[in-house]
Write a protein that binds this ligand. Structure first.
Ligand code: AMP
Ligand code: MN
Ligand code: MN
Length: 336
């Protein structure tokens, strides 16, 4: 049974009844799927009922996402200490990663968690977690289309644009293995609302600033092959960000370039958050389950794309993760 059949068989009732205030949030350091799904839902709700108060709590988002409708509603502080009637978490695998709305979610009268991370245990009053979905945006599209949970609104071109962008980002522009029939169907139907897909893809996914390209160049130039070429890693330090005038949001796309290195089964990018603390991104092909490895280090994600925060010396972190990759590769060899 595919996940859409399961979704249709679940019993949902309109969660907007008696709701006047809604908070929407996603994960720390929001990516395209996170921003797309949060603003897509915000747009859908406001199109349906402009009197609703809808606040979107996200860390400041990269400039290329700010063309989306209601991007100006993105805030970080709950200045009026509102206890929201409803709080929706999107694209977020666990409450700890819900930033900056962790508190707001806990206090809200009703909560909904919509996500596609395999490591998500479901932390809302209603949780819809579908790891088969390419993105939170794809899943949200089918939920909105189903018209039971978030009222019987209509999907406007602005909402469609946000959801399409989310799918584009999490599928790496329809290249990753999560590019399923359901993902393509959702994207195709969304295009039907009249989107300028070329612009969305080029401007939000491929376009890089000169500084971002320099940072990419540095990471690639200093990348190191390990495990007989089966794994590659690159590391960026705070001082690199300073030299190039970049921040962590400018690392987007580096891991994708590392992963296409011939012969490589696992790519890893580390960047220093502060001394002794690194953000680790992992990508793999069909041989290695990186969600399993990330989980061991307190993180999570998907089988082919996962991440965690690791502590200590860069060298030790790399060695530890590489040993987990090596064991999985050896298990695979034994099976053959
Ligand atoms: P990234 O490498 O940050 O692009 O993340 C790849 C995937 O793993 C994304 O779906 C993230 O949401 C997830 N992920 C990254 N870091 C963590 C973490 N510390 N805990 C749980 N999931 C994570
Ligand atoms: Mn995400
Ligand atoms: Mn996602």
């Amino acid at each position: 049974m595919n996940y859409l059949t399961q979704l249709h068989e679940r019993c949902f009732s309109d969660c907007l009844e008696e709701v006047k205030t809604v908070a929407i949030s996603g994960h720390i350091r929001p990516d395209g799927d996170c921003v797309g799904s949060c603003l897509g839902l915000c747009t859908y709700l406001l199109d349906q009922n402009p009197d609703l108060l809808v606040d979107v709590y996200l860390d400041p988002v990269p400039d290329q996402f700010r063309f989306l409708k209601h991007a100006d509603r993105i805030i970080q502080e709950n200045e009026n200490q509102i206890v929201y009637d409803l709080c929706v978490a999107l694209d977020c695998s666990e409450p700890d990663r819900l930033k900056p709305a962790g508190d707001i979610f806990e206090k809200a009268k009703r909560t909904i968690c919509i996500d596609h991370h395999i490591t998500n245990q479901g932390f809302g009053d209603i949780s819809i977690v579908c790891p088969e979905s390419s993105s939170a945006s794809e899943l949200l599209y089918y939920i909105l289309k189903d018209q039971r949970l978030f009222g019987q609104g209509t999907i406007s071109v602005d909402c469609a644009q946000a959801l399409y962008m989310g799918i584009v980002h999490d599928t790496g522009v329809f290249r990753h293995s999560n590019t399923s029939l359901e993902a393509m169907t959702a994207a195709g139907e969304l295009i039907g609302y009249g989107l300028n897909t070329e612009k969305i893809i080029t401007d939000t996914f491929f376009k890089k600033t000169y500084r971002q390209n320099q940072l990419l160049g540095k990471a690639l130039l200093e990348s190191i092959l390990m495990l007989d070429g089966a794994m590659i890693f690159a590391a960026l330090y705070q001082k690199d960000f300073e030299i190039f005038g970049c921040d962590s949001a400018d690392t987007d796309g580096i891991i994708d370039q590392l992963r296409v290195t011939e012969g490589v089964h696992v790519a890893m990018l580390l960047y220093e958050l502060k001394e002794g603390e690194f953000k680790v991104s992992l990508r793999s092909d069909e041989l290695v389950d990186v969600a399993l490895i990330a989980k061991e280090f307190g993180g999570g994600g998907h089988i082919r794309a996962a991440g965690c925060t690791a502590y200590g010396q860069m060298h030790d972190i790399v060695t530890n993760i590489a040993s987990r990759v090596e064991s999985q590769l050896m298990e695979q060899e034994d099976k053959e």
